[in-house]
Design a protein around this ligand. Structure first.
Ligand code: FAD
Length: 423
């Protein structure tokens, strides 16, 4: 990397972009800095969109992230990047302009996976939830007192929306093709525990089922038809089918990128199709896929708020030339507020071959589950028991033996081990 400051460009004006820009400046980068975002809004916080914004506790436009105003940057909002030319070191925008760079941060995040039938996805009453405008529209629909809400997909966002509907006193059905809510991320053992808590709060669960098509009258949703031939009347549907990474604009740039993210090396530089790092470009946040040292270098792409912050800072420092001595290795952490329930996690459950309840009791709605793989602790999930999570995070970071042999557990005489239930 040349010592001249040159020009820095950040594409994607979200959380990782903002924290990356701040870190770039804090590390002494004094050249021109441009931040390009396709949304018209300055960077805002997404977690409240499926929580306090939907209850009406805060308006969607009150989510702007702290730090936006104090940053010396040229904001180009409402401008999508359409292409990257690495030879010319230019990014082309949808409005025809090109922006040169010497240091580029890719932070274009993800978008909500749309309902597969575009016509049905556009019906009045059908929503996805990713951005501030989505949340404002869904809040309006929920505040109008719909007769019934259908949540399609039992991942974190689906569970948050369903439980929040119950808090608002709305009848809600959650349809999930897997055996339990959250089965893909937490396995069906822990998913069943959490599902039972939601059922206890009045969420109607239809697991092992799928919505096939949505019926409308005069362009407004009236009914959802399930693959088993049944149907249910509903006037609001929230499509919560996960996220798609925003990498299309990188097509043709010679980078190793696909719908699963843009590949980086352990330090955060993006890789070309031959696996060579590009020293002028880093990636951070939801869009980045990188080898995680705690997981034997396995490539992961995370959709976690704390990761977007930590990797954004890491990438900003990397691009400023303040070379981090070690690879990016922050332990993944996540939280999800589902009605009154606070679910927190540390580590990654993927590949777990066993799970132990180390604290509390699932039947009482408060517990910690510790996941193991090949005899090592790899992840922990707390349900309304967050104070126990740091002790579990230490076990995971240390790759401590699983089962934990007395550490971080209220069962010194041995914990019961379950099949985690990943498909
Ligand atoms: C509703 C909701 C609730 C959440 N709740 C939690 C939670 O409780 N806990 C938790 O840990 N995480 C949560 N998350 C996840 C967390 O918000 C994300 O991990 C985080 O926002 C990722 O930040 P990012 O900057 O990588 O991406 P994003 O926030 O997606 O920002 C990327 C930005 O780039 C823009 N962009 C995309 N393509 C282009 C382009 N070609 N040109 C210009 N701009 C582009 C996007 O429109 C977007 O504005 C939640 C996410 C959502 C949507």
């Amino acid at each position: 990397m040349a010592q001249e400051p040159g020009r820095a460009l950040i594409v994607g004006a979200g959380l990782a972009a903002l924290r990356g820009a701040e870190a770039l400046r804090a590390a002494g980068f004094s050249g021109p800095l441009t931040i390009v975002g396709d949304e018209p809004h300055p960077p805002y916080d997404r977690p409240p969109l499926s929580k306090h914004v939907l209850t009406g506790a805060i308006p969607a436009d009150a989510t702007t992230l702290p730090g936006v105003g104090g940053l010396a940057a040229d904001w180009q909002l409402g401008s999508a990047a359409l292409r990257l030319d690495r030879q010319a070191r230019m990014v082309g925008l949808a409005d025809g302009r090109t922006l040169p760079y010497d240091r580029l941060l890719i932070a274009t995040g993800t978008r909500a996976r749309p309902w597969p039938n575009p016509h049905e996805g556009r019906l009045a009453g059908v929503f996805t939830l990713r951005g501030r405008d989505d949340a404002a529209a869904l809040r309006q629909a929920l505040a109008a007192g719909p007769k019934h809400v259908l949540v399609i997909g039992g991942g974190f966002i689906g569970c948050e929306v369903a439980s929040l509907c119950r808090q608002l006193g709305l009848p809600v059905t959650l349809v999930e093709p897997g055996p339990t809510p959250l089965a893909r991320v937490l396995g069906r053992t822990v998913g069943a525990f959490i599902g039972a808590i939601h059922e206890g709060h009045g969420v109607a669960l239809r697991c092992g089922s799928e919505v096939e098509w949505l019926e409308a009258e005069d362009g407004r949703l009236t009914r959802a038809h399930l693959v088993d031939g049944s149907s249910l009347a509903t006037d609001v549907a929230v499509v919560a089918l996960g996220a798609v990474r925003n990498t299309e604009w990188l097509d043709g740039a010679g980078l190793s990128a696909d719908s699963g993210g843009v590949d980086c090396d352990a330090r955060g530089h993006v890789l070309d199709t031959e696996g060579r790092p590009d020293p002028h470009i880093a990636a951070a946040g939801d869009v980045a896929r990188f080898p995680h040292p705690i997981y034997d270098g396995r490539r992961v792409a995370l959709e976690h708020w704390s990761h977007a912050v930590a990797q954004g800072i890491h990438a900003g420092r990397l691009l400023a030339g303040a070379e981090p001595e070690s690879p990016y290795d922050a332990l993944p952490t996540f939280w999800s507020t589902q009605g009154d329930l606070v679910v927190k996690s540390a580590g990654l459950t993927e590949g777990a071959d066993a799970v132990a309840i180390t604290q509390g009791d699932p039947a009482a709605g408060r517990f910690v589950a510790l996941y193991g793989r090949a005899g090592r602790c790899i992840a922990a999930v707390s349900v309304d028991s967050a104070r126990w999570l740091p002790a579990h995070a230490e076990l995971i970071a240390a790759r401590a033996p699983f089962p934990p042999r007395g550490a971080a557990t209220d069962r010194p005489n041995g914990v019961a081990i379950f099949e985690p239930g990943f498909a």
